[in-house]
Design a binder for this molecule. Structure first.
Ligand code: SF4
Length: 659
């Protein structure tokens, strides 16, 4: 028995350092490793039990070739040689007969480290000249809002939270993701800080808050503007800071003046007195820190909401000292970022495809899009995770689209593949991880024997490259060679890139624009100013799909799915005759699902929830909450609008006939 240190690269801000116990080449235990200033001490429950995925019955052990109808899960085993030959031949045929746009590389690998997500697979498809499928399903809108406002300015360091006197957690739920923020919030409170949480649900962290605003989903832009207007009315705009460090302030304030507090309270569904209290706290308490999450982006007003929230912090000048600033993604802090991709010069890709439109493209329903012939999916489970789920499932079921899925376990998406390729987990391959929740870089190590015939993403790309005539040293998948190219030096252990107090915004890090000013108005941008688009629907309830502690997106849904229930406030349940645990029907024009209901006073009235992370098999209808999510995209960067789902709920025997 031996214990090794590695890192958790799953799609979670924390990027824990892991102590992995191994016996006879098999993983037997996972726990926190020392040395990581954010994550030492504990890890989450799901990764403690990661062995259930590594050695689970769903693990794909060999390449598989489809033998039954798509989606049936009927496959035969194949050798790697046969599988690679088949996949390469179909890609080659599509390129020759239908052109590069007929090949769609749906690469997400968000739960992968640097090499697995960004080395040879993207390089392969760039070399082939096929379109890039842009990662719009998550974080694109919030990321663009940050880039529009601050460019490459770094996030504030979460380790500075204990020095703050006001922390506003806006659209984030560290109770279930980013869990290592919680002790820092506790310490800040112990030091006298006030905590404000803005979230449609009374989450675990909202329970601890001094002020909770259960904002109606999609109206965060209005709330931010209303607070901005109050700041102006009270003479609390930080004129000195704005004059020195911001542009577009007058345009932003002019838009904010449209939102007097009473009107905003009505639209946002919160008390006017709570908006005023938030404005008072933002005005009077320093240093003040904003932790903005990804909740505000998941709707038609997502870009506007994120931009307005960031702009509010600029107006109030909450920068310039430890304990102030904004915590967003810390991804820009890694020295790996500037150097890791591309590994060599690549041609311009043949355009970009919005990931949220892939289902429509597969179905031939996207105006102007070329017909798809090959879909190559790696590190993604769009059957379960894509919005407008029924369209995605129709696309995945098409017999005339050859679908390849490189995966660890037999996901809903893998079941729709023509060829399934077994993938390594991050315990089986060397890599390096940076983090979007801490300024830490650390090695990911192959600590156990490979399971089955699994191969890394780079090994698959290399094999396809050779078969497609692109081989050579460039596609050598040796991790030591690749790691030497993505890192300025060997990453031997936990490397802390920045110490607490070293990343004070507008002191140590500035907006990366030539004038180093934050931009509240972007006249030449996709979204010049934040704006509110109304939310009317003939369906009365907003359906959200919040993350839970059970899964990372849909990962682990095969053995530990969250409860497949719809949570609804008692005030919405009573007039509908809904009782706790009764089977209900949730429906809109797109989908209909029967499932148990949970009367939950932590929901805000008018909002119900089905958890994120469920698999198709979790519900008898073979759909998840994403079956209700519209095909529309957000107002910035083409983001998914999961929280624009509008539904009604009724006892199962009384509801309308739905599609
Ligand atoms: S999923 Fe997040 S909290 Fe859990 S071990 Fe990985 S990094 Fe840590």
């Amino acid at each position: 028995m031996a214990t090794f240190t590695t890192a958790c690269p799953l799609d979670c801000p924390d990027t824990c350092s892991l102590a992995v116990t191994v016996e006879d080449g098999r993983l037997t235990a996972v726990d926190a490793a020392p040395g990581n200033p954010l994550t030492a001490g504990y890890i989450c429950h799901k990764v403690k039990h990661h062995a259930r995925r590594v050695y689970g019955p769903e693990r794909i052990m060999t390449p598989l070739v489809r033998t039954g109808p798509k989606g049936s899960g009927a496959f035969r085993q194949a050798s790697w040689d046969e599988a690679i030959e088949l996949v390469a031949a179909r890609i080659g045929d599509a390129l020759r007969d239908d052109g590069p746009a007929s090949v769609l590389p749906y690469l997400y690998s968000s739960s992968a480290a640097v090499l697995a997500s960004q080395a040879l697979t993207p390089l392969l498809f760039a070399r082939l000249g096929v379109p890039e499928v842009a990662h719009t399903i998550c974080a694109a809108t919030a990321g663009q809002a940050w880039d529009d406002t601050f460019g490459g300015m770094l996030s504030t360091d979460p380790l500075d939270v204990p020095t703050s006197r006001l922390v506003v957690v806006w659209g984030a739920n560290p109770t279930v993701s980013n869990t290592h923020l919680l002790p820092l919030l506790t310490e800040a409170k112990r030091n006298g800080a006030r905590l404000v949480v803005i979230d449609p649900r009374r989450t675990g962290v909202a329970h601890r808050a001094d002020l909770h605003l259960a904002v109606r989903p999609g109206t965060d832009v209005v709330l931010a503007y209303a607070v901005a207007r109050l700041l102006e009315e009270r003479g609390a705009v930080d004129e000195q800071f704005c004059a020195a460090h911001a542009s577009g302030v007058e345009e932003y304030l002019a838009a904010a003046r449209e939102w007097p507090v009473a009107r905003a309270a009505d639209v946002c569904g919160v008390a006017a007195t709570d908006i005023e209290e938030l404005a008072e706290l933002v005005t009077s308490v320093r240093p003040a820190l904003l932790r903005i999450g990804w909740g505000p982006e998941r709707n038609r007003n997502g870009g506007s909401s994120c931009r307005a929230i960031l702009g509010l912090w600029v107006l109030s000048g909450h920068f310039g000292q430890q304990g102030s600033g904004i915590i967003a993604s810390l991804g820009g802090g890694s020295t790996l970022c500037a150097e890791r991709v591309p590994l060599g010069p690549v041609p311009d890709v043949a355009g970009t495809v919005n990931m949220n439109r892939v289902g429509a493209i597969l179905c031939g329903e996207e105006p102007g899009a070329a017909p798809a012939r090959v879909l190559f999916i790696q590190g993604a489970n769009p059957a379960a995770t894509a919005p407008d789920q029924r369209t995605m499932l129709r696309g995945l079921s098409r017999e005339d689209v050859f679908t390849v899925v490189h995966e660890q376990v037999m996901t809903d998406t893998a079941r729709h593949a023509d060829v399934v390729l077994p993938a390594t987990t991050h315990f089986e391959a060397d890599d390096v991880a940076d983090s979007y929740g801490s300024f830490v870089v650390q090695p990911v190590r192959a600590v156990i024997d490979r399971v089955g015939e699994s191969r890394t993403n780079d090994e698959v790309a290399a094999a396809l490259a050779v078969r497609l005539g692109l081989g050579g040293e460039e596609f050598d998948p040796d991790p030591a060679r690749l790691l030497a190219r993505v890192s300025t030096g060997a990453v031997e252990g936990v490397e802390v890139l920045r110490q607490p107090g070293e990343t004070v915004q507008f002191v140590d890090t500035f907006p990366s624009f030539p004038d180093r000013r934050a931009r509240l108005h972007v006249p030449d941008g996709e979204l010049p100013l934040p704006r509110f688009r109304p939310l009317e629907s003939r369906y009365p309830l907003t359906l959200i799909s919040p993350a839970t502690a059970k899964t990372i997106n849909s990962m682990f849904g095969e053995f530990a799915p969250p409860p497949a229930v719809v949570s609804i406030h008692p005030d919405d349940a009573a007039p509908r005759g809904l009782v706790d645990n009764a089977t209900v029907r949730v429906w809109n024009d797109q989908a209909s699902i029967e499932l148990p209901c949970s009367l939950d006073a932590s929901m805000r009235p008018g909002v119900c929830a089905i958890p994120k992370g469920l698999w198709l098999r979790s519900l008898p209808a073979g759909l998840t909450a994403n079956g209700f999510a519209p095909a529309t995209i957000s107002d910035l960067a083409g983001g998914a609008c999961f929280n624009d789902a509008r539904v009604d709920v009724a006892p199962s025997c009384e509801s309308e006939t739905a599609p």
